[in-house]
Write a protein that binds this ligand. Structure first.
Ligand SMILES: Nc1ncnc2c1ncn2[C@@H]1O[C@H](COP(=O)(O)OP(=O)(O)O)[C@@H](O)[C@H]1O
Ligand SMILES: [Mg+2]
Length: 237
């Protein structure tokens, strides 16, 4: 079963083709990375897949059903994360749960015991429990990524779309984040669609790599076949 499939997606803005007849599907439970030069359309593809941007034409299916804007199967982690720097880690994680709690609880901060214990359990899994009272603006890049992952996981998505999670991290920090994320993703049976800049990270943490150039999928490569040449092809053409 495919967790997500895109069927002949086109997106045209001001007569410019941003996504060009794009068809792809991501099997349930797999991890897939989109790679491609700057401006290829990677971020736009994730935004379309997440329902944030409506394509000009084409359809999106989630688990075989036509995309419904209000469903909660999808979690999206934007490149800038969208965390609130002035708030602590715990509160940022709880923000993810807001859309499944009544407004009065959100406003008054009267969270249910269950939601609080889910947040604690996720912070534990992501190894950020010791930071729960720390303001997010004080964290390192890798710690912020883990807060963003926890905030998304508390929504209980089946699919997570994550844009350039490792772009601002050095290799060691990237590996730490991706090791933890991959372990949780496996445990929860989540399907991952990501973009990464570093071919080595893509190779380590995905089953397949899709090469996107000018809004078109040019290649679908099993990640074990990723080589230095793949990277050269991407960044020098
Ligand atoms: N809202 C928008 N309006 C006009 N052009 C856009 C918009 N969003 C993206 N683009 C254009 O679409 C192309 C792909 O952008 P993007 O998806 O951000 O690429 P990538 O993430 O691969 O670097 C770029 O040429 C960009 O300028
Ligand atoms: Mg981008």
């Amino acid at each position: 079963m495919d967790a997500i499939s895109l069927n002949s997606i086109r997106l045209t803005i001001n007569e410019k083709k941003i996504l060009d007849n794009l068809t792809m599907s991501i099997p349930q439970g797999s991890a897939v990375t989109i790679m491609g030069p700057n401006g290829a359309g990677k971020t736009t593809l994730l935004r379309v897949a997440s329902g944030l941007v409506r394509p000009t034409s084409g359809e999106i299916y989630l688990f075989g059903k036509k995309f419904d804007k209000n469903q909660r199967l999808l979690g999206y982690i934007p490149q800038n994360l969208g965390l609130v720097g002035e708030l602590d880690v715990f509160t940022n994680v709880m923000i993810g749960a807001l859309r499944r709690m009544p407004r009065w609880r959100a406003i008054s901060g009267t969270y249910t015991k269950d939601t609080v214990s889910e947040a604690y359990s996720l912070m534990y899994d992501l190894k950020i429990s010791h930071l729960k009272d720390t303001k997010v603006k004080k964290l390192s890049g890798g710690e912020k990524q883990r807060v963003a992952i926890a905030r998304t996981l508390i929504q209980k998505p089946s699919i997570i779309l994550a844009d350039e999670m490792t772009a601002s991290l050095d290799f060691k920090a990237a590996v730490t984040v991706m090791d933890i994320f991959t372990e949780i993703k496996e445990k929860m049976g989540i399907t991952l669609l990501m973009t990464h800049h570093n071919p080595e990270i893509a190779k380590m943490y995905s089953d397949n790599v899709l090469i996107l150039i000018n809004g078109k999928i040019e290649k679908n490569i099993p990640s074990k076949e990723i080589t230095k040449e793949t990277a050269e092809y991407l960044y020098e053409t």
